[in-house]
Ligand binder design. Sequence first.
Ligand code: 5GP
Length: 188
Amino acid sequence: MSSLFVLAGPTAVGKGTVAAFIRDHYPRVWLSVSATTRTPRPGEVDGVHYHFVSQQEFDQMAADGDLLEYAVVHGRASYGTPRRPVLEAISQGRLPLLEIDLQGARQVRERMPDAHFVFLAPPSWDELVHRLIGRGTETAEEQAVRLETARAELAAQAEFDATIVNQDVGVAAAELVDLMERHISAAR
Ligand code: 5GP
């Protein structure tokens, strides 16, 4: 089995928050930095949170085979995982983690069936809707698109190797890191 872990789950379940918590509290985990064509939000740093690239640069990376997976998320922007850093992290025996959407997770499973796929679930559908609307950074139209995506994504839980419920960010992050560490020590 590969040491690669992939965290996916519905929109607004808090994947990004759990990944950020892991970045800040578990430096032994190697978190992949995705390329994206969306514009940075306040506080986001190029090369840390994402590699912010133009559509032309993104298309070139995809054409050159430099992306392990890529997808258009919420019909708005392209996101993709640079391939080489992931392969390096695996070969260095690090604890590599991708936080990506479901379409991307499916592509990784095609290419790296040995990876581990963890589904981050909301405590309930109502809670997910609350988080989705409560975030308030999207227009009503964008929220409707995200809800629809979330409904389809929730149904995908059965495709995953494990599920972690995101009741509390710190607890969910600790559970994920524990899963990764138990796996890597069992493989050694
Ligand atoms: P945001 O724009 O809010 O940072 O992220 C939007 C969505 O893009 C999230 O669901 C996140 O999981 C997904 N995402 C981030 N990076 C990647 C990536 O490299 N590949 C794919 N397929 N999805 C990604």
